[in-house]
Design a protein around this ligand. Sequence first.
Ligand code: PMT
Length: 393
Amino acid sequence: MLGVCGGIAAYKSAELVRLLKKRGIEVRVVMTESAKQFVTPLTFQALSGNPVHSRLLDADEENAMGHINLARWADAVVIAPATANMIAKLSCGLADDLLSTLSLAAECPIYLAPAMNQAMWRKAVTRENIARLQSHGVHLIGPEAGDQACGETGLGRMAEAETICAALTESTSDKPLLNKKVLISAGPTREALDPVRYISNRSSGKMGYAIANAAKKAGALVTLISGPVNLQPPGDIEIVNVESAEQMYDAIVPRAQDFDIYIGAAAVADYRPADVRAQKIKKQGEESVIKLQRNPDIVASVAALEHKPFVVGFAAETDDLENYAKNKMLSKNLDMIAANWVGGKQGGFDSDLNALKVFWRHGQKDLAMTDKRHLAEQLIRLIAARLNEKNTA
Ligand code: PMT
């Protein structure tokens, strides 16, 4: 059941119907009155091969298929575009038109592909509505960041039809990592100089924690090895807290061969102070020199194991992203690498948003700038597909 609300992105939903039909999925379309201002019902009728529904308590339409029957008929409801108004209505349980009524009556999974101006998406009330709907089990696809029809730039653009179609078909078909054991590293490491000081980096752990959540949602048994972060650990997963790169190495490498997948999202310090002082270092002179020594490379060590899991590394770069990432994948013998720009205005370290360029031996995929939760879900689907391909090869 595709619900179309009144937004400029409604035109993309016509393509979504075509893609779903191509995958053999039966589609019925419900349009709000304002959606009809953007695309005609005839377009959706022609593409779906079914009459389009839009009026609640209309004798003719109710005869054809009443709103409760429509809700019962659906295996999944996807609302694309989901406007701020519809999201607000659903979050309050309002049922004042056909789409909101059948969404309230639906007992199948509900997916929202939000589309709105970036300021509307960022508004506290919209965030609260979204959080409330998610806590009730509603799934979110997007939104994505970029240029908007209103001339502004930011997060709020509806996900592309291909992305919605992939998210729907993959998440409704099954849990792509069902019972797979997934080991994930997240956050920064701290390398002690003395009892009160350390060297570290700006990683917040948001990316790694989002991946842990997405893997769990995909049916995996997740173990998260976390550097020091200020995040609530995802529920129902094993978590091991560490501080330094050496502790992270000890927590990961000896157990890695018991896992199907290792994902190294942690920002592990490449070097640590060679000499950790037992007492606080005192001020002396105008300059001070710290000698550093190399830390062990965790992801490369996992990839060198005799019974290695499927190994996914990350590459955080400020320049020449693609080349550095591909070289890291080859030199560390990784199955896949997810490369992100860091140090810029958007994405990377300590941001809610990120974008990834994902490479594997014979392919690549760009995952557009979006919130880390949604990005992690896309990455997990890619990993599941590659693992599947590798296992069946
Ligand atoms: O935590 P957030 O604020 O959400 O930010 C997310 C992130 C930017 C930290 C994340 O997306 C990311 O890029 N993580 C990897 C950061 C990093 O250390 O990149 P790198 O290019 O220096 O390392 C390449 C790979 O080697 C990484 O998988 C890293 O985990 C691994 N590595 C590095 C050094 C080392 N000693 N051992 C390792 O395993």
